[in-house]
Design a protein around this ligand. Structure first.
Ligand code: OAD
Length: 258
């Protein structure tokens, strides 16, 4: 399970960290309250703040870091059952984790939907509008097209229900870079079997690790990259993960040169 804290080492602010978190730095979007940026009613009145944020987060600007490549390595070693992420930055896909191994619980910029006639769009089709600060409009009905990001009050994507079959099968649950403050995602941590080790790698002690610790829980407090590096070292996987990071950087450099 992951949240915005795994992407801060890539340069993307998280939501709730005092000072640097997005919800503390939204003055420039002129919002009535911070979470309005993901509020459907507010979006219908004024979609501009959301699209200003979308321009910032639209896939392409940021690169995955070791935490993302660590999950990719777990997959490569057939050790990954699924990655449940709240992130909308697309860095998991960019790190090469196959979409079928991901549950992007709060949606994705990879696809979009017209808010009026529900026509579906590929996220790349919206890119020119988003990047030039225009609100994308539906080619069929001229309604506003919204990237498939889950707003407050919206249902989570149907594939979120995969947790019902995934979590009882997990032998280990790793929780990284999340405040575990947003439901229903946060409660997934309790869906793992009682006998299973839950490992938290995070700056803060959060959710059930803080207030309903189980006997097998393990906590690695501090920077998430340091925590992942310690785990990878202990597993003897350091060179492999570093090779994935290097290959990702090379690919990005080649793309920039194109
Ligand atoms: P939060 O900002 O609530 O929490 C991020 C957590 O990561 C905090 O506990 C930080 O201390 C920790 N953290 C940040 N950087 C770190 C680092 N370098 N090393 C270790 N820990 C670090 O973000 P989320 O839990 O992802 O909804 O927030 C959940 C949801 O709230 C988001 O998905 C978003 C928001 O409303 C949508 O986008 C729809």
């Amino acid at each position: 399970m992951a949240g915005a804290g795994i992407s801060t080492p890539s340069g993307i602010p998280d939501f709730r960290s005092p000072g640097s978190g997005l919800y503390h730095n939204l003055q420039r979007y002129d919002l009535p309250y911070a979470e309005a940026i993901f509020d459907m009613d507010f979006f219908h009145q004024n979609p501009n703040p959301f699209f200003a944020l979308a321009k910032e987060l639209y896939p392409g600007k940021y690169r995955p870091n070791m935490t993302h490549y660590f999950v990719r390595l777990l997959h490569k070693k057939s050790q990954l059952l699924r990655m449940y992420t709240q992130n909308i930055d697309g860095l998991e896909r960019l790190a090469g984790i196959p979409p079928q191994m991901l549950v992007e619980a709060h949606g994705t910029f990879a696809t979009a939907t017209c808010t009026v006639c529900w026509s579906k769009y590929d996220g790349e089709k919206l890119r020119p509008d988003v990047m030039s600060g225009r609100v994308p409009k539906c080619s069929t009905c001229k309604g506003v097209v919204k990237p498939d990001i889950v707003f407050f009050g919206e249902e989570l994507p149907p594939y979120f229900l995969k947790y019902l079959t995934d979590f009882p099968l997990a032998d280990l649950l790793i929780v990284m870079g999340t405040s575990l403050e947003v439901e229903p995602f946060a409660s997934l941590a309790d869906a793992a079997r009682g006998s299973v080790t839950r490992l938290l790698i995070n700056r803060d002690l959060v959710g059930p690790f803080a207030w309903r610790r189980r006997p097998h829980d393990v906590v690695q407090l501090g920077d998430v990259v340091d925590g992942v590096r310690a785990l990878v070292d202990a597993l003897g996987w350091t060179r492999e993960v570093e090779a994935l990071v290097a290959a990702g950087a090379e690919k990005a450099a080649a793309k920039t040169e194109e």
